[in-house]
Design a protein around this ligand. Structure first.
Ligand SMILES: NC(=O)c1ccc[n+]([C@@H]2O[C@H](COP(=O)([O-])OP(=O)(O)OC[C@H]3O[C@@H](n4cnc5c(N)ncnc54)[C@H](O)[C@@H]3O)[C@@H](O)[C@H]2O)c1
Length: 269
């Protein structure tokens, strides 16, 4: 790992207290970036920030934020700028899921998932881009917005209809954001994981058993690996950090409007 690859990049990551957000925060900081970790759970986020600050490279701060609130996104951007002087990259990672049989979907389920996965991404993109536009051109490299999609951005999956809708929305925000922000020297790309062992997936696994869709814990993992993945294992947060780092780095300067699948080949099945 090049400890200077992300030197000079100040990066806001939402949903950074655990899972892939935390893994990316630690990976980016180890490559020299300064990180603002935004999460509902600031206590857990602070533990990640402490690990970063105790290591010998990029620095970290935390903010308590609900990504679905515009004022929290604006405050997270302001905190990043106050701590590090500017913002170069926004990684919109916070997300959640709650499976339902199609006919059981209600407004609460719809609003909860759409607000955090899609509406919040739009709000975060806008608030970060507003600051980038105010900063003007900085170092000859574009500013970068990175959206976290999913295999569910591309494939219809049974019993996670609202999650799929929300993640198809993340793909649309990536495409439309790239069109709308190009004139401001801001690129918009994303990455789309498949099955990643994190608290989100562990909860999903339990929910699928509780609703009677799967018979036993871990069955969802096994079924997906056997039937859909070309690389015959589930993934871990560390499996996405290389792609996320590439998207945050100058190596991706000539890309915009792309969603890279990091899903063990699920998307081609
Ligand atoms: N785990 C998977 O298999 C998988 C697969 C594809 C895509 N994804 C996507 O990757 C992203 C990260 O997922 P993960 O598996 O690491 O999840 P996770 O549950 O481990 O972590 C999500 C983080 O987001 C935070 N969060 C949730 N709601 C929030 C809100 N309203 N405001 C601020 N923070 C909030 C949580 O506190 C948590 O720290 C999500 O967008 C998810 O949809 C996950």
């Amino acid at each position: 790992m090049d400890p200077n690859r992300l030197k000079g990049k100040n990066i806001l990551i939402t949903g950074a207290a655990r899972g892939m957000g935390a893994a990316n925060a630690e990976s980016f900081a180890a490559q020299g970036a300064n990180i603002c970790l935004g999460d509902l759970d600031r206590e857990e986020a602070q533990k990640v920030a402490d690990r970063i600050n105790n290591a010998d490279n990029g620095q970290a701060i935390t903010v308590k934020m609900d990504v679905s609130k515009r004022e929290d996104n604006a405050a997270a951007v302001a905190a990043t700028v106050e701590a590090f002087g500017s913002i170069n990259v926004g990684l919109f990672n916070a997300g959640l899921n709650k499976p339902k049989f199609f006919m059981d979907i209600d407004e609460d389920n719809w609003d909860m998932i759409m607000n955090v996965n899609t509406k919040a991404m739009w709000l975060g993109m806008q608030e970060v881009a507003r600051q980038m536009i105010d900063q003007g051109p900085m170092d000859g490299h574009p500013y970068k917005l990175i959206n976290v999609g999913s295999i569910a951005s591309r494939k219809p999956l049974i019993d996670v209809t609202v999650y799929c809708t929300s993640k198809y929305g993340c793909l649309a925000l990536t495409h439309c954001g790239a069109l709308g922000l190009a004139e401001h020297n801001i690129t918009v790309n994303g990455y789309a994981p498949g099955v990643v062992v994190t608290p989100l997936w562990e909860q999903l696994d339990k929910d699928l058993v509780n609703m009677g869709f799967k018979e036993r814990a871990g069955q969802a993992y096994d079924d997906i690996v056997e039937n859909f993945l070309q690389i015959k294992r589930v993934s871990y947060p560390e499996d996405v950090t290389g792609t996320a780092s590439f998207l945050a780095s100058n190596d991706s300067d000539y890309m915009t409007g792309q969603m890279i699948h990091v899903d063990g080949g699920w998307c081609i099945q």
